[in-house]
Design a protein around this ligand. Structure first.
Ligand SMILES: [Zn+2]
Length: 333
């Protein structure tokens, strides 16, 4: 008893001290700046997200402070120019920039390869980090856009408090990033083959991958094969055709079943990207139906399948959080 009492006493004193100091801070906050641990301003950290449809940049975690610009797919130089101007718009004195990009990223070399969605000039290997570093005069790191999105989603979105999950991107391309035991594992599973001998992929030497059915560039082509009268070139131009989108949902379901059977049970799966946001009403029921058919998943089906609450900002917010971590490692999440 004596030991217990002796140990609990300091705890009570500690608790009282916390209350007192909280009151002191509350009174003092009218005249003094807030304590450092509650500051969210992290000067110098910038997150950027580039895709085939635009460029976003932010130097803040607040979604209403994300800068959104257009990006014309094409050669390397105009895209580099767009990134630099985006960075300097949100932070005139950048100190650490993280860029989330499509394509294969080699973080050590600072290169991106086969980012076909950015235009012709990006099909080979581009030393993007060095191109930006030399112009901005600060540290620049690259990450895959799905990796940046997973960071945003697990810290601010639908994968918060989730240890084993997956993030599926449905935009121009199809991306998959896994979270296993809290560790990010970017994958190229969007390019895994769904149907041998299927339609040609774009920028990759294979046929019939998930992206060649569900990627934003591929959907209008697939729709035109069934409806030759359709002349749209964007996924957003495809009508709300129940049969077509339900079939897309089932194919997406095949991909999700594959992810669920890879290893550890997945607690949650989050969907991001323009196609997911616009058509989730058709796609997610198809995915759920497909999962329900898999007996092997009866006990381990993910408890949550949902579209990100962060909308189009998920990747740029994730890139910003990564840059802020590198610059201010002890700042709260
Ligand atoms: Zn492919």
């Amino acid at each position: 008893m004596q030991m217990h009492g002796a140990r609990s006493l300091p705890l009570r004193i500690q608790a009282m001290t916390d209350v007192q100091s909280a009151e002191t801070v509350a009174v003092a906050s009218e005249t003094l700046p807030p304590p450092a641990k509650t500051r969210v301003h992290a000067p110098g950290a910038v997150g950027v997200h580039i895709s085939g449809v635009g460029c976003r940049a932010t130097a803040s975690i607040s979604p209403d402070r994300v800068w959104i610009g257009s990006l014309m797919p094409g050669d390397v130089e105009p895209v580099v120019e767009s990134i630099i101007s985006a960075v300097l718009t949100v932070e005139p004195h950048p100190r650490f920039v993280v860029v989330g990009t499509p394509g294969h990223v080699n973080g050590d070399l600072g290169t991106v390869t086969a980012a076909a969605n950015l235009g012709q000039g990006w099909r080979g290997t581009v030393e993007l980090a060095e191109l930006l570093r030399s112009r901005l005069g600060c540290e620049v790191e690259l990450c895959n856009d799905a990796e940046a999105a997973l960071e945003g989603e697990r810290r601010r979105g639908a994968l918060v408090a989730c240890n084993d999950g997956a993030l599926v991107t449905l935009s121009q391309g199809v991306g998959v990033a896994l979270l296993h035991d809290g560790i990010q594992q970017p994958t190229e599973l969007g390019h895994s083959v769904s149907q041998y001998g299927g339609p040609e992929c774009r920028g990759r030497p294979h046929r019939g991958c998930y992206e060649s059915y569900l990627g934003g560039w591929a959907l209008p082509i697939r729709y035109r094969e069934r409806h030759p009268g359709f002349h749209g070139v964007l996924a957003s131009e495809i009508p709300d055709d129940h049969e077509f989108w339900t079939e897309c949902g089932r194919r997406l379901g095949d991909l999700i079943v594959g992810l669920c059977l890879l290893g550890q049970p997945l607690e949650a799966i989050s969907f991001i990207g323009s196609v997911a946001q616009a058509r989730h009403g058709y796609l997610l029921p198809g995915v759920r139906a497909r999962l329900n058919e898999e007996e092997a998943l009866l006990a381990t089906r993910p408890r949550s399948l949902r579209v990100t609450p962060l909308g189009d900002d998920v990747s740029v917010l994730g890139a910003f959080l990564m840059a802020r971590d590198r610059l201010h490692p002890f700042l709260a999440a």
